[in-house]
Ligand binder design. Structure first.
Ligand SMILES: Cc1ncc(COP(=O)(O)O)c(C=O)c1O
Length: 367
């Protein structure tokens, strides 16, 4: 019995990748394992993703690239903006890099020469995300040309990122793809070896047009629904569960308060269970009086203030729950399940933030 643990079902990650790969056909699947695999543990998830059909990996930062490295020689892309020092770290890890400015292109070429390597680079076109990337198609084409002419660089990709793939009624999605295709077509004509990629998880599930030659999928490989609905509707299997146990069961007379500020008071005589995890573990304080916890296969309301190390649940006027019983905050127990998407709705956020928010105090263990 552990105080709190995140159980990760790596078979689920493998199956989710196989599911995405079945949509992608010939196009490659690049598994995005940044932010410690969206809170699931980067390396074991990367290995499971490769077993499920992914052929490439991506991270956001140089230190993530350093941690993962070239697993079994699989190509790794560092997608984020990098400082000079970080370029050295990412290149040292054998990673491919993103670039979108001439000055940075020259910097990468210099650092690659200094390391005695040829840097493989993905030129990023900002087709409308309004974040990283170059929004000028002419400059993007010039950059690809300059990379191809530079002996220290090898153009490996032309890519973009989509702002509204998860909004199914958005026409902006198609506008971005239209803009991207214009640029990618010219690049591809001159450099057929360059990989064209745009899709994230939502785009893969939404529209084959966005698949091109590779898709960069994060959220769906962990069995989280990019549309914030029930992942099983998309044939995805949630990989993470957050588990603890009932540390104590105590009788509350009507009117007794639970936790800081007495933000819940027992409406009638009742039993309250104390579970030893809290916002220090990623159970956000906004879940105060606003969540449910599974014990003995039944939902029990989280009552009172979420504190750093403890939460309390109302077990009702009569209960068979005992100290030592397993408590499931996210995941399945018996016939019941609580999805990360349920927390996201309660917290007015997205499932990505829920799993990334489970703190390092919670060990990740294979299910
Ligand atoms: C540039 C880029 N590509 C791909 C992804 C993967 O997106 P998703 O997790 O929605 O599949 C991300 C994640 O945010 C990203 O930043």
């Amino acid at each position: 019995m552990e105080r709190a643990v995140a159980r990760i079902d790596h078979d689920a990650v493998r199956a989710n990748c196989a599911r995405l790969k079945s949509e992608l056909g010939e196009a490659e699947l690049c598994a995005v394992v940044k932010a410690d695999g969206y809170g699931h543990g980067a390396e074991p998830c990367a290995r499971a993703a490769l077993a499920g059909g992914a052929t490439r990996l991506a991270v956001a930062t140089a230190s993530e690239a350093e941690q993962i490295g070239r697993l079994d020689g699989v190509p790794l892309l560092t997608m984020g903006a990098l400082t000079v020092e970080e370029v050295d770290v990412a290149l040292g890890a054998g990673s491919e890099l993103a670039l979108w400015r001439e000055e940075f292109r020259r910097l990468v070429a210099d650092r690659a020469r200094a390391q005695g390597v040829r840097a493989r680079v993905h030129v990023k076109y900002d087709s409308g995300m309004g974040r990283l990337g170059n929004a000028d198609p002419g400059e993007v084409l010039d950059l690809v040309r300059a990379c191809a002419e530079d002996p220290d660089l090898e153009p490996a990709g032309i890519w973009t990122h989509l702002a509204t793939a998860d909004e199914l009624d958005s026409t902006y999605f198609d506008e971005q793809l239209d803009r991207f295709e214009e640029v990618a077509t010219v690049v591809k004509a001159d450099h057929p070896e360059v990989l064209v990629h745009a899709a994230n998880s939502a785009a893969v599930l939404r529209d084959r047009r966005s698949h091109y030659e590779m898709a960069r999928c994060g959220v769906a490989i962990y069995g989280l629904d990019p549309f914030q609905r029930d992942p099983t509707e998309q044939g995805l299997v949630p990989a993470l569960s957050l588990r603890s146990h009932v540390a104590d069961v105590k009788r509350f007379p009507a009117g007794a308060g639970a936790g800081y500020g007495r933000r819940w008071k027992a409406p009638v005589d009742t039993w309250v269970g104390v579970i030893p995890l809290g916002y220090g573990d990623g159970v956000r304080r906004a879940l105060t009086n606003n969540a449910e916890v599974l014990v003995r296969g039944r939902r029990h309301p989280l009552v009172g203030t979420v504190s750093m190390d403890n939460i309390t649940i109302d077990l009702g006027p009569e209960t068979d729950v005992e100290p030592g019983d397993e408590a499931v905050l996210i995941g399945r127990q018996g016939e019941e399940a609580i999805l990360a998407e349920e927390w996201a709705t309660r917290l007015d956020t997205i499932n990505y933030e829920v799993t990334c928010g489970i703190s390092t105090r919670v060990p990740r263990r294979s299910a």
